[in-house]
Design a protein around this ligand. Structure first.
Ligand code: UDP
Length: 390
């Protein structure tokens, strides 16, 4: 059984790692049928510190294909990916195309596959912000609606899909060709955190390098287009961070390439700032920075969940979030870009006293492989044939 995995952006490397590991484990323990994974890197993120380091640290097999598509508008990027992924799929003839998350690489991978009648599995399906101004929201909705297996991290994700009429129940209905399989497997990013935290504590020297004391700083990331591409929002967010720093809490900001560009274009003076801007850090360094932070301020999806898993208060710099469970649990407040709200949230955050298992048991990767083998192998090859004969 051949699976083509399509990734291209930082969070996708982190999400794909536990599944690649589970494929290796399956092959070494069972191996019947043997699973062959072909990894396609679209090139969406290409800097060494946004890509290579993640493959190395997370021990992900080298990509079999690097499509080198980046640095263009959404349409041009998605279009060029579509053309190049189609070529790979025609050559490899996989049984499955496996896509992750909500980037242009996700949508291009899913579209290229369905147009060749190759079944699509989507990991992190069903997430919704209900904000149609986010490019990610279109990528998610469209990918979910053409997927054959939807691997959901949470019950909320399943409910979101149900509301849109995607309510596949069992593999027999999926094999019939009309209904997809919707599976609650937990969150692959949780698998990654559980697997890597001990390694991070052993090997990362980031706290020493940056001269930070555990719980003595705030960690911040900003990269969503709604914040980086709207100068007023970015300015207000930075104003909030400056205020927090002036009140005595150091603010560490690993800067995403898109944000670096927006900062360059803005009049913001890094030199006169009290903020500590650093390059994007590796995954292991990031885990340690998150775990040791007093508070996290972010517009990242992944970082909101990681804050929750580390029981670190999270302030979300957006007007809504897909990860509503973290808000309901009291560990995340959504404040938008208003500097006053940002500062108040940091000052007055009330920590809940516990967390619960909202994102599975840390074995999402294995569950995904199990389902691909059991439901995807026999049922879906018929399904695939049906479609091919269409
Ligand atoms: N991350 C990292 N280094 C950084 C910033 C983030 O390793 O400098 C990790 C973070 O721990 C999380 C993932 O990248 O696992 C989140 O990716 P990102 O914020 O780019 O995307 P999103 O989750 O918003 O889609």
């Amino acid at each position: 059984m051949k699976i083509v995995t399509i990734v291209g952006a930082r969070p996708q490397f982190i999400k794909a790692a536990p599944v690649s590991k589970a494929i290796e484990k399956y092959n070494s323990e069972t191996g019947n049928p043997k699973l062959t994974e072909i990894i396609v890197h679209t090139g969406q993120h290409f800097d060494a510190d946004m890509s290579d380091i993640f493959f190395r640290e997370l021990d992900i097999p080298e990509p079999d294909y690097n499509l080198d598509v980046n640095n263009s508008s959404h349409g041009a990027m998605t279009g060029r990916m579509l053309v190049k992924i189609e070529e790979v799929l025609i050559r490899e003839k996989p049984d499955w195309a496996l896509t992750y998350g909500d980037t242009n690489s996700t949508l291009a991978g899913a579209l290229a596959a369905v147009k060749l009648y190759i079944p699509v599995a989507h990991v992190e399906a069903g997430l919704r912000s209900f904000n149609r101004k986010m490019p990610e929201e279109h990528n998610r909705v469209l990918t979910d609606h053409c997927s054959d297996i939807l691997f959901c991290p949470t019950r909320t994700a399943i409910e979101n899909l149900n509301r849109e009429g995607i309510s596949g129940k069992d593999s027999s209905s999926a094999a019939g060709g009309n209904r997809p399989l919707v599976a609650l497997v937990g969150d692959v990013m949780y698998d990654s955190v559980l697997h890597n935290m001990e390694i991070a504590e052993k090997y990362s020297d980031i706290l020493k390098k940056l001269n930070l004391k555990p719980k003595g700083y705030a960690l911040a990331t900003v990269h969503r287009a709604e914040n980086t591409d709207q100068p007023e929002r970015l300015k207000s967010i930075l104003q909030g961070f400056e205020q927090i720093a002036q009140e005595g809490l150091q603010v560490i900001i690993p800067v995403h390439p898109r944000t670096r560009q927006s900062l360059k274009n803005s009049k913001f003076s890094i030199k006169n700032s009290k903020l500590n801007f650093i390059k994007p850090v590796s995954y292991l360094d990031m885990l340690l920075l998150e775990k040791s932070a007093q508070v996290i301020l972010t517009d990242s999806g992944g970082v909101q969940k990681e804050a929750y898993w580390f029981e670190v208060p999270c302030i979300t710099l957006r007007d809504e979030t897909e990860w509503v469970e973290t808000v309901d649990a009291g560990w995340n407040v959504v404040v938008g870009a208003d500097h006053k709200k940002i500062v108040d949230a940091a000052r007055f955050f009330k920590r809940p006293d516990h967390i619960s298992d909202l994102y599975g048991d840390g074995h999402a990767g294995e569950k995904i492989v199990e389902i691909l083998v059991n439901d995807g192998c026999l049922g879906f090859s018929n399904h695939c044939k049906t479609r091919n004969n269409y």
